[in-house]
Design a protein around this ligand. Structure first.
Ligand code: F6P
Length: 324
């Protein structure tokens, strides 16, 4: 019997399990057996897998993480290992593979297609940094988690008349920072996509102090801290020194990757996983599934990897203009 394989790769994201479930059940409904590779491409390379029945994916739709485990497998960048992975898939009679992950994972899938294995990518990352889709699995949950954490910080900064500088994930992309910053009414949102000037932020904060505001929140994306080299602690120190407001930095960190997926993540994961199996069943390969304007679509992997995603400057300006 033909089999469909599935793996999760890169950083985990809430909703990956819902996608594994959808892939498994859609494939079973079409008469395939399903194999789940463990720990991303490592499972493919070292023949570590589990068969997935409809019951094996029961009661996981609401769970964060991934039942298959995940990893970033550097060895899979070597062509000999891609070929080895393809041979392992052949010995399992795989008709095709669904890869749930980010851009790095899609490069592995593209290489596998070059070695002759049909592959489909499904965007699973909290960062929403995949250009061919409006939306990635895990992004909504991560934003809501970060928002809840920032709301809790608001309670304490309000009580103590402090400033909170909150660092959020997103890799090089500022999507989480932009939306969380907007949702929590941050005084300033600092992301890589837009030049920022700390003196301007200080000026804005002083103007707000003059109107009677005593507590402040700044949301900064980790890309600014990791790549531009200014830490959230340094931002907090500068704001405290120049305004006299006590400031603290909080890095929300990996908590943003955990937790039960939101409704949106579960539904998108289900739609995209289902679509991926349909493509393989129709004999279509080398595609990345995505969402555009609420519709599930797909693009050639190579084309998808070359796309760029324009940042939502409009939202940025709205948030900026009304933080008075
Ligand atoms: O890609 C998801 C992500 O959580 C990024 O937001 C972050 O930069 C990175 O992974 C963290 O990776 P690690 O789990 O290896 O620390």
């Amino acid at each position: 019997m033909d089999r469909i394989g599935v793996l999760t790769s890169g950083g985990d994201a809430p909703g990956m399990n819902a996608c594994i479930r959808a892939v498994t059940r859609a494939a079973i409904a079409k008469g395939y057996e399903v194999v789940g590779f463990l720990k991303g491409y490592n499972g493919l390379l070292y023949n570590k897998y589990m068969s997935l029945s409809a019951r094996d994916v029961s009661d996981i739709i609401h769970c964060g993480g991934t039942i298959l485990g995940t990893a970033r497998c550097l060895e899979f960048k070597e062509w000999d290992n891609v070929v080895k992975g393809k041979e392992n898939c052949d010995s399992l009679f795989l008709k095709g593979l669904v890869v749930i992950g980010g851009d790095g994972s899609f490069r592995g899938a593209l290489d596998l297609t070059k070695a002759g294995l049909p592959c489909i990518g499904v965007p699973g990352t909290i960062d929403n940094d995949i250009a061919c889709t409006d939306y990635t699995i895990g992004y909504d949950t991560a934003m809501n988690t970060a928002m809840e954490m920032a709301d809790k910080l608001r309670d304490t900064i309000q009580s103590h008349d402090r400033c909170s500088v909150v660092e959020v994930m997103g890799n090089k992309a500022g999507w989480i920072a932009l939306n969380v910053g907007t949702a929590v009414g941050a005084m300033a949102i600092i992301t890589m996509e837009r030049d920022f000037n700390l003196d301007e932020i200080v000026g804005k904060m002083k103007a707000m102090q003059a109107t009677g505001k005593h507590h402040f929140m700044v949301v900064v994306s980790e890309g600014v801290c990791n790549i531009e080299g200014i830490t959230a602690d340094e931002i907090a120190a500068k704001l405290a020194e120049t305004t006299g407001v006590e400031a603290r930095a909080t890095n929300l960190g990996h908590v943003q990757r955990g937790g039960n997926p939101t409704l949106r993540d579960r539904v998108s994961a289900t739609q995209m996983g289902y679509h991926a199996v349909n493509l393989l069943d129709d004999g279509i390969s080398r595609r990345v599934v995505g969402e555009r304007g609420g519709f599930v679509i797909d693009y050639d992997i190579e084309e998808a990897l070359k796309m760029t995603k324009p940042f939502d400057m409009n939202l940025y300006h709205i948030a900026d203009e009304i933080s008075l």
